[in-house]
Design a binder for this molecule. Structure first.
Ligand SMILES: [Zn+2]
Length: 41
């Protein structure tokens, strides 16, 4: 999926399964998916 940093506008592609990723450019933490404790769809 494509991620865009809100801070420095850097865009990159990630296939991380983590909830958050760090911007490779500035280190800003970006939430890439919802934190969902349950398993509802
Ligand atoms: Zn950034």
């Amino acid at each position: 999926m494509n991620v865009k940093c809100k801070k420095c506008k850097y865009e990159w592609d990630t296939n991380s399964k983590m909830i958050m990723v760090s911007c490779p450019s500035c280190g800003y933490k970006i939430t890439i998916r919802e934190i969902n404790g349950g398993n509802k769809k």
